[in-house]
Design a protein around this ligand. Structure first.
Ligand code: ATP
Ligand code: MG
Length: 603
């Protein structure tokens, strides 16, 4: 490609709304332009790398035996009503109507579509297993699209769906895609962290998220330096510790009865530490939570035994319940973990009015007694002894509290927020933390969709069975942005060879006379050898051309300057040294380097 025939339109400064490097560089290099909030277009330069990312994904999935197809982006709302997700998906799903007033969906994901399409032709176990995939447009009406294509509204996803006759086969299909993922990310030059995922609203069990590190990542990861434990903070667990008293010794059981202490100005944990002169590890923190759609059986609780429930399919839940969560004073409750153990769709701190109503005391004086709601005790409180707590009465605290003796919890569970420094439950290593973004995931769905959407086949014995599914996703745009996050310097992008828009840039100092002749010669020779060449034949100052090629991130560069002829300068984008070589040697060197780099990534 000759630069004069291409669109090279670089910016000195990134637009104001760019925060992260990949967004800045994609805009500055002219790869992308913004059409609207969360809506980014790939310009011809960006499109080249975007398609290379797709190509890598496609090649590896095809190699793994997955089958590419193309369902539609617009889907009938009916399918989503069948699966039960029409209401559950919420505001993120764009639901236009056609002229007949029929509900439609702009695909935010495609479990329903693939399940419906497979249902059409599946009859026998002999047709199984298979894994179908598409690389196609998705739309999610993200509340806060940000960081360019990293979190857009319209984006491209590779989504795959496996169909198997039983769990054993599903395990194999899942492992097969997992292996392809590892090759895909390696070929793109991406380091990923593999994390046990929060399965959230999807249902099913067995899943893995592939995260890329990012200082502005939306996920917080808890990692162990000594083993491969890695978890989202919304799921992370840590090794249990013996609760210590203020002297750092294990807490000791007391026979003293609970004693009320007037504490008119003691509201927070810090106030308690000051007032009692004790460490927060001896305090029982009590928090009132409002919990949505709890699907636990609460018929054995005093408070909710007669409460109204809602039944939807097989699921029965309590639309709104309140809980008192007890946790050791130095720890925090993780609301995602709390919602998960309560089989709820969400949990949030109750407002002041509700705190008073259900605990008999304003915030700061809530304790394990006088409650009108069930207690969930965090595991950290189980071994606590002789502790301090709110009295459940304004202006008072209690001491000598013995869990089990002075109150009973309806249930106990691990709901604490795990933080760096906590110990790994697998090996005792000391956790550290990283921020990251989800780049891809793999997920054993089970029969969630095949059952609700009535997909069946006949097994070896002629018996009707429901196939089991896996689903798999990779964000194409997010992959591209993540590659730039990992591969850039102060001058621009430093593409891995596999996804660079061009392998080599030829920059004649002036595209004229002998320099033009040599540049053309090299261009022809390299193109013939299958090397992707960008010849910068623009009538610009050399400095401008060098800057642009660096910003765009072409991995190799040949400069043809009059004073060096008949030699030319060969330079690797990431190195500060240039080499003077004969034209033949430079051509040889480019071919060698491109092939070596590709082999390294593909190997
Ligand atoms: P996130 O937690 O980041 O919102 P998600 O769990 O909603 O991700 P999935 O439904 O698993 O994402 O979608 C599969 C992949 O699609 C993600 O791993 C990510 O790479 C990509 N993806 C999801 N939402 C977006 C978006 N708004 N913009 C760009 N890529 C996205
Ligand atoms: Mg999302």
């Amino acid at each position: 490609m000759k630069a004069s025939k291409f669109i090279i339109s670089t910016l000195r400064d990134a637009p104001n709304d760019c925060v992260i490097e990949s967004h800045k560089l994609m805009m500055r290099s002219g790869m992308t332009r913004k059409l609207g909030n969360g809506l980014y277009a790939y310009m011809p330069l960006g499109y080249k790398s975007y398609m290379k990312v797709q190509k890598i994904i496609r090649e590896e999935l095809d190699e793994a035996g997955c089958l590419e197809m193309k369902p539609t982006v617009i889907q009938p709302g009916e399918l989503w009503k069948e699966s039960g997700r029409w209401d559950k998906m919420g505001e993120e799903m764009l639901k236009p109507q056609n002229r007949q007033g029929q509900d439609m969906v702009v695909s935010p994901t495609a479990e329903e579509a693939f399940t419906a399409l497979v249902r059409e032709g599946l009859s026998s176990y002999k047709q199984l297993p298979f894994t179908l995939y598409q690389i196609n447009t998705k739309y999610r009406d993200e509340i806060r699209p940000r960081y360019g294509v990293m979190r857009g509204r319209e984006f491209t996803m590779m989504d795959a769906y496996s169909f198997d006759k039983d769990q054993k086969d599903l395990d194999a299909s899942y492992d097969n895609v997992a292996a392809a993922y590892r090759r895909i990310f390696k070929r793109m030059g991406l380091k990923t962290i593999s994390v046990k995922a929060d399965t959230g609203a999807m249902g099913g069990s067995g899943s893995e998220e592939f995260m890329v590190e990012s200082p502005v990542g939306d996920d917080t990861l808890i990692l162990c330096p000594d083993c491969d434990y890695a978890a989202n903070v919304e799921k992370a667990a840590c090794a249990k510790e013996t609760p210590l008293n203020s002297k750092g010794e294990p807490q000791v059981k007391t026979d003293l009865p609970v004693e009320e202490v007037a504490t008119p100005n003691v509201f927070s944990i810090e106030d308690m530490e000051k007032f009692f002169g004790e460490k927060s590890t001896t305090f029982l923190k009590a928090l009132v939570y409002k919990v949505y759609n709890c699907a636990l059986d609460l018929s054995k609780t005093e408070e909710y035994k007669n409460a109204e429930t809602v039944t939807e399919g097989k699921q029965t839940y309590y639309p709104e319940t309140y809980w008192c969560v007890l946790i050791r004073g130095d720890l925090d409750v993780n609301e995602a973990k709390l919602a998960s153990v309560l089989k709820a769709s969400g949990a949030e701190l109750a407002n002041d009015e509700d705190v008073l109503k259900y605990s008999g005391a304003p915030h700061g004086f809530v304790g394990p007694r006088n409650l009108k709601i069930p207690v969930l005790a965090d595991d950290s409180t189980l071994e606590m002894h002789d502790c301090f707590a709110g009295a459940g009465k304004e202006g008072f605290h209690i001491k000598h509290v013995e869990p089990g003796r002075d109150f009973t919890a309806f249930m106990s569970a691990d709901v604490r927020t795990v933080v760096p420094g906590n110990k790994c439950p697998c090996c005792g290593g000391e956790f550290y933390m990283k921020k990251g973004n989800e780049l891809g995931h793999i997920f054993k769905l089970g029969d969630k969709y095949t059952k609700s959407m009535n997909v069946t086949f006949l097994d070896e014995n002629g018996k009707q069975q429901v196939p089991t599914m896996g689903c798999y996703g990779i964000g194409v745009d997010r992959a591209l942005a993540s590659i730039i996050e990992e591969h850039h310097d102060e001058n621009g992008i430093t593409w891995p060879m596999s996804v660079a828009p061009y392998h080599v840039a030829i920059v004649p100092v002036k595209y004229d006379g002998e320099m033009k002749a040599k540049a053309d010669e090299i261009y022809e020779a390299l193109s013939k050898k299958g090397i992707e060449v960008l010849l910068d034949d623009r009538n610009e100052r050399p400095g401008v051309k060098f800057k642009d090629m660096d910003l765009i991130g072409v991995p190799l560069r040949i400069v043809v300057g009059e004073k060096n002829l008949p030699n030319v300068e060969f330079k690797v984008r990431t190195s500060s040294e240039a080499e003077l070589l004969s034209v033949e040697a430079a051509i040889e060197k480019v071919v060698e380097t491109v092939n070596a780099e590709l082999a390294k990534l593909n190997g």
